[in-house]
Ligand binder design. Sequence first.
Ligand code: AHR
Length: 505
Amino acid sequence: MRGRATIHRDFVISQIDDRLYSAFIEHMGRAIYTGIYEPGHPTANQYGFRGDVLELVRALKIPAIRYPGGNFVSAYKWEDGIGPKENRPVRLDLAWRSKETNQVGINEFAQWAKDAGIEMMLAVNLGTRSIEEARNFVEYCNFPSGTYWSDLRRNHGVEKPYGVNMWCLGNEMDGPWQIGHKEAKEYGRLADETSKAVKAFGRDIETIVCGSSNDKMPTYPDWERQVLEECYENVDYISLHNYYGNSRHNSLNFFAKVEETGRYIQSVAGTIDYVKAKKRAKNDVHICFDEWNVWYHNREQDSRNWSEWDWPEAPALLEEDYNLEDALFIGCLLNEFIRRSDRVRIACIAQLVNIIAPIRAEKGGKAWATTIYYPYQFASLYGRGTAMNVSVDCPRYDEEVAQDVPYLDIAAVLAKDGKSLTVFAVNRNPDEAMEIDIALNGFEGARLIDHQVLGGNAAEARIANTSREPGRIAPQAGSRLGVSDGALTGELPAFSYNMVRLALD
Ligand code: AHR
């Protein structure tokens, strides 16, 4: 099989917002407790945070992290998590029918995020609560001193405000499962007024309004239209969420779901444009894809009989053993975000540790990188700069979810300093290697400096990185690509994800 592509220095899509490679973590299952926080763990630091997990997190260079939920936030009282730990109440978390000890709250999490080198993106509860609690939370976090909430923060040992500039206005408010679920108009009005209150704290503050929970919701895409009609001028982003299943175990159909995501982004972008035009608005609203991942492996943990679930503390939930096939899918999805970086400014992998996550951690035991860790890491490290418009000519296939899908999924990013070009390429074909010829127009003197390959054998599609074999799937240096006569040529193995770096100096 042959694939041709052209990358031309003058043909660009957009400047990528670094926050395209953000993450999400929720008070749920073992994400926080025994995930990032486990005071008795052998690697725990002075604050009780696991050093082994922190190390894996730091290596991802995550720009921003959304916290504390998720469905959890819709019945959460942020005030329960501040002040002396011994005085904090244990509460019932209605979203996941679990016990919340509140041993980690905003100040502990801020400490962790600082140590991890990540900016916080906080969500306010618009399920059971309203404008008042949201503005108090912002004041506690962001106001310097001299007021009730800012002085309380200082009394809690945090002198300097955090300066949190990204605020999510609730979570998945269209979902009937959400505690405090609302109708579109009702939510749009509340989001509008809450956004005004939150933005009163500073010109740099940006707010994210809830779009649909996914594109299969019966109210999608009218939810987006109605919500934006209520709040367009006062918000900066609208959220998209999507989780991908693969129950038919058909790799090509699974990979084609990325095309569906392209349509989802396009439709929401169109709705944004419609509302902007209708309102004669001057401001732009961008897309914040703040929950995305593969989610289907652990049906047993997912399909609990929740009514019989006896409010456990930090139970194992949604702990997916991701395999090679998932890693290739995630590579394609990240490529789609790069290709749509003109509209998608922020995106958050959901979640970060233990729950549908690139990082797993055993209670009292080891931590390891799942297969999806690698494409996410490569995109975060080398996908910053300018998204290039890559034209592709290669064989295509049809599947139920999408037709005319190219076997070659590709994105390219010119680094901010102009000194390197990174190509992310997935050969989705399970049976055949692909001979590629990628013309590099305007990149004279390009030299291959790194080629990392994940996979290369569809027989290993279902192999995962597990506790017993945490390193089964990991990138290997490739040897079948080269640059000659102004083109990147050679072979991409069948069923492989490839990260190719070219030096331009
Ligand atoms: O990430 C798990 C859950 O999925 C989140 O809490 C919710 O927002 C989504 O439905």
